[in-house]
Design a protein around this ligand. Sequence first.
Ligand code: GLV
Length: 326
Amino acid sequence: MQKPSILVARAVFPEVLDKLAQHFTVESNTEDRDWAGDELVQRLKDKAGALTTGGQRIDAPLLAACPQLRIVANMAVGYNNFDLDAMTAAGVQGTNTPDVLTETTADFGFALLMATARRITESEHFLRAGLWTQWRYDMFAGAEVHGSRLGIIGMGRIGQGIARRGAHGFGMEVVYHNRSRLAPQLEVECKARYVTKEELLRTADHVVLVLPYTAESHHTIGAPELALMKPTATLINIARGGIVDDTALALALRERRIAAAGLDVFEGEPQVHPGLLELPNVVLTPHIASATVGTRLAMAHLAADNLIAFFDGCGPLTPVNRPRSE
Ligand code: GLV
């Protein structure tokens, strides 16, 4: 029997490519270039499946040009690069990589919170610039983390992981806001109290964003929300660019209307708002929250296993839609 053809849109671990090659005819992106628009369509139009990394937009025009496509396996938990309605209507299965990255991403959320509150990158730049001789008693005095109030917006698996770290590890008082309240047992485990978004923004010392990007969550944090926050507060975004209005944030940081921000995701990434780049009170990382070797490997295997299970007729392992024709 002929193997189905698949496209692996970005470079991936060789052992995962080897596994895929046992089941599929694989076209892989050995040069690891960012195949934009037309090039992606050209390469995908004769393929039955694809492994994507979240940076490739799968939308109605692409689907119309790729009639043989049956499944796109995202190597990411977020899948806002999918036009899910268009995929479902076209009978194309989408999958993501939940669970395998939860704890690693929660670790990173906490690391970014610590780095931001304690001004770690700013102070490192100072040291590297040979300025340490200018010591002052209040040099790089940051915000307290232990015992402070942690506000989490988006209380899915990763949000809960951050809550546990804050409550159990750092004695923080955890408040959260989410579309729906957690089950009482989970609230107890996370030591987290449900509050309105407004109360969270007004009272939290550290606000961490961990919600999915949708039309509804676009600019969850904009100028009005920033205006509610304490002038001493930090804002951490490990969710998606577009959840924060980066222009409004750059202005609020410049005017010290909030103290600092830690950002792993950006509107229009890999471009970063120039107003953010020039500020000292923001820690910037290039979308690496799930980037440990073990977790990236687990994500790649899960994406590959979704493709294998789907074409074996077992059904995808971690589907994000139910296409009519499946
Ligand atoms: C990363 O941002 C992911 O969605 O896995």
